[in-house]
Ligand binder design. Sequence first.
Ligand code: SF4
Length: 301
Amino acid sequence: MSSIVRVSHSTIRNLNSCPRKVLFEKILRLFPAVGSIAMRYGSGYHAGMEAYYKNNKDIIKAMEAVVEFWKKPTIQTFNEDYRNLESLLTSLSLYHEQYQHDNEVVSGIPEKKTITQILLTDEEKVLYGDIAVDFVVVIDLILEVDGMQWVVDFKTTSVELSYMASRMRKMVQLMGYQFTAQASFGSINGTMVYYHQLKASKSRKTGLYGETKTDFMKFPMIFSNKDYADWRKYVVWNAFKMQKAVDAGFPPNFNSCYEFNSACAYLPLCDYPKWDMDKFLVMEGFVVVPDEREEVSNATE
Ligand code: SF4
């Protein structure tokens, strides 16, 4: 019987940066005590937009969901800047003004993690061993837009949206949404990315942020059968590497410890004089953040 290797887009991204990041982030669930405000803003926006669509474009419900999200106690702490509750509420309100009359209807709310299983061919088994791959995605919403079915992804960024969209053209996460949803829920046309830009420049003199710039863009992406064949190869190859990383005890990749002008957040752990996972779990500067999502849906290739 094939052994199952489970991977997701973010696990593969961590693996390719450094296998130890998979151990720290995905298995031990260890995170820096001070979290990223950009990610928190993104999660808050996501919570608001999800509530907006699930409640038939009710902006009040969306705002309530955002306030509830922002006020909920967190294990990590965050240093707020222009990305705060006020800017979240303003962005939602601007979005509502601009898009409330678009022809969009919720057609699916999967809620939990969805798995598609990729079975290897005999040739692939010669290369990679007798494994099967569980590819996991979290699909929050499926929308019918003008009669077509889309998996929706909400992305927030500070960079220009046209640049962002061109960078995401071959993003494996977006391919994974389409292919997994097609395997699990049938007639899905593609992935619709709802981009939101929030940007503010910092004054060199005062160190304070100026006015914010807010923008939105809906960007449909449809991936082909050829994209699927390439994506599948990518997933299988990385699942093989993941299995080897587990077998090898998550070896480090010191090339990723310093990138541009920032250091890997896990450097204090890797620099610690002794490899001691019990100690890491209670190390000052880190917290354990449990994964709240459960898995339910399955599809087999
Ligand atoms: S500090 Fe270096 S070796 Fe340690 S997890 Fe980060 S990138 Fe990997």
